[in-house]
Design a protein around this ligand. Structure first.
Ligand SMILES: C[S@@+](CC[C@H](N)C(=O)[O-])C[C@H]1O[C@@H](n2cnc3c(N)ncnc32)[C@H](O)[C@@H]1O
Length: 277
């Protein structure tokens, strides 16, 4: 049977290019091979789940169009979430990243595809310990924050993860896996791993509680959920949602929270989305 060699990073990249071209009309999706190459279905899943969440607030209709602003924390070199969000729902995007090369690469993708041009703004995060400071302005109003956080705490951790992935996909054991299968190290690694990153994000989110409707992040480790809920309760999030995601044999989840009261949510929708849907 003919199939794609999912343990070969180049094969996976070509498949992803074809999917983006066929389903979204993206003709130019170029970024360095050493960068993380995102699987399209899993990324599309996040966008659709978070769109459904907005729909729940809007009597079951997903709000579309450029009145909806989404901030992708860690846009990456591939610009993947904004591409899907713009082409599926015509939302406006801000993409932040700490890596100037990733920002330049995302900008290059935006400039070379007319369908997404002028709909995505890249902003460089100058302080790797910050998530929202320096990115969200005082007057900004953002409907959605999305984030696929760096999840490994160290290079050894990242290598272990890559080795496991290659073994599951190809049945082969590899001693020194090419990290490029899963992205260059600093894309995937941060001090304290996923939990620390999300902890920083939650703490900072409180300071931007009136600028954003829904904050959200992927949580790849189920065992991190308990601590995350506790943190969210401690900082008095008004609503917390957990959305399970299953793609193939990979299970993950989105955690979303808002500080807006029901009254504030109603006012937000009245003033910003009324002419949508
Ligand atoms: C796992 S990658 C996700 C890339 C892309 N969004 C995707 O899903 O394929 C994490 C990204 O977060 C970026 N990053 C790390 N710390 C950050 C911070 N404090 N603010 C914004 N981006 C950050 C990394 O440079 C990297 O591009």
């Amino acid at each position: 049977m003919k199939s794609v060699d999912f343990s070969n990073p180049l094969a996976v990249k070509i498949l992803n290019k074809a999917l983006l071209h066929h389903y979204y009309g993206i003709k130019n999706w170029e970024f360095p091979d050493k960068n993380l190459c995102p699987p399209i279905p899993g990324r599309a899943d996040y966008i659709h789940h978070i769109a459904d969440l907005l729909g729940e607030n809007n009597f079951g209709t997903i709000p579309i169009g450029n009145k909806i602003t989404c901030l992708d924390v860690g846009i990456g070199a591939s610009c993947i979430y904004p591409i899907i969000g713009v082409l599926e729902y015509d939302w406006k995007f801000i993409g932040s990243d700490i890596d100037p090369k990733s920002i330049a690469s995302a900008q290059n993708i935006i400039n070379s595809n007319s369908a997404i041009k002028d709909k995505i703004e890249c902003r460089l995060q100058k302080n790797s310990e910050d998530v929202f400071h320096g990115i969200i302005g005082k007057e900004d109003k953002i409907e959605l924050i999305i984030c696929n956080p760096p999840f490994h705490a160290s290079i050894e951790d990242a290598q272990k993860g890559t080795r496991r992935k290659i073994k599951n996909l190809s049945g082969k054991k590899v001693k020194t896996p090419e990290l490029n299968f899963a992205g260059i190290s600093n894309e995937l690694i941060c001090e304290g791993g996923e939990y620390q990153f999300i902890q920083n994000m939650i703490r900072e989110s409180k300071k931007f509680s009136k600028n954003c409707y829904w904050f959200s992040t992927l949580v790849s480790k189920q065992s991190n959920l308990k601590g995350i809920y506790k943190l969210l309760e401690n900082i008095e999030a008004n609503q917390i949602k957990m959305i399970p995601m299953e793609t193939g044999n990979k299970s993950s989840r989105i955690v979303a929270w808002t500080f807006l009261s029901i009254e504030e949510q109603k006012e937000w929708i009245e003033t910003r989305w009324k002419i949508q849907s």
